[in-house]
Design a protein around this ligand. Sequence first.
Ligand SMILES: NC(=O)C1=CN([C@@H]2O[C@H](COP(=O)(O)OP(=O)(O)OC[C@H]3O[C@@H](n4cnc5c(N)ncnc54)[C@H](O)[C@@H]3O)[C@@H](O)[C@H]2O)C=CC1
Ligand SMILES: O=C([O-])CC(=O)C(=O)O
Length: 257
Amino acid sequence: MKIAVIGYGAIGRFLIEQLDAVPDFEIAAVYSVPAPPDRAERVVDDLDALLATRPDLVVECAGHRALSECGEAVLRSGVDLLVVSVGALADPALEQQLRTAARHGGRLLIAAGALSGLDALSTAREAGLDSVSYVGKKAPAAWTNTPAEDMVDLTSITSAVTFLECDARTAALRFPQNANVVAAIALAGLGFERTQVSLVVDPASNGNNHSFVARGAFGEIAMTTRSATLPANPKTSMLAPYSLVQTIKKHAGLIIV
Ligand SMILES: NC(=O)C1=CN([C@@H]2O[C@H](COP(=O)(O)OP(=O)(O)OC[C@H]3O[C@@H](n4cnc5c(N)ncnc54)[C@H](O)[C@@H]3O)[C@@H](O)[C@H]2O)C=CC1
Ligand SMILES: O=C([O-])CC(=O)C(=O)O
């Protein structure tokens, strides 16, 4: 299976390292802006060059802007696109553009990312959902260089502070590096407007914590995940690249669990 990767940051590097260890997978091309200085042999300068390698799958791990710049072209070329920056779909125009492109081309595959329990949430949607609420809790370092800095003093807090309560659309758009999981919950469950979100900074936080509760006539699902962060990016859970590895293996597999 030939795989092309957009984005060569914390997730991209980790992912490629994992996939390089699997004989069935070949990394055909890597496209990232700015261009990475290492791994020159498979780094390409633009999306056309990436698609010219004729990958079986393109994986996006480069952020909201990259998905809006590259997503439509990948899907229209007929190649499946696995995305981790799912929060970009909180922009209704981009969601519509990618849905239309997927209708005529490759499929849009949305990774669970740092989150667990998305399969259960999708199952519950079939049964009927009344409410879905999510709490995301991370250490102060994860919220630096984000709008959280205007809502709470990250340097002086001594206990957990909930600095934002809003719907999933608002959270995903305002926190493009921290609230992609919220968009995945919205798309699997009750949608962007009806998914309630609380964002928390906690100096005692040991990794990234994602919890959601979904209720309906079926009963209740409560999921909590705590993941260590990637050394290269304190915002990003270690589980995020592993969810890409798992989805790719599933995509290539004959028996799907
Ligand atoms: N669904 C989930 O659970 C998660 C999703 N994410 C998403 O994944 C993205 C990547 O995460 P990290 O690797 O930790 O970030 P990072 O900042 O370490 O890496 C991003 C990479 O993308 C490249 N890039 C940026 N803009 C680009 C563009 N327009 N075109 C091509 N390449 C571009 C950068 O040069 C860098 O190599 C995040 O921005 C976030 O949107 C991150 C963590 C979890
Ligand atoms: O990696 C995580 O813990 C989740 C994350 O940043 C996101 O959803 O954007």
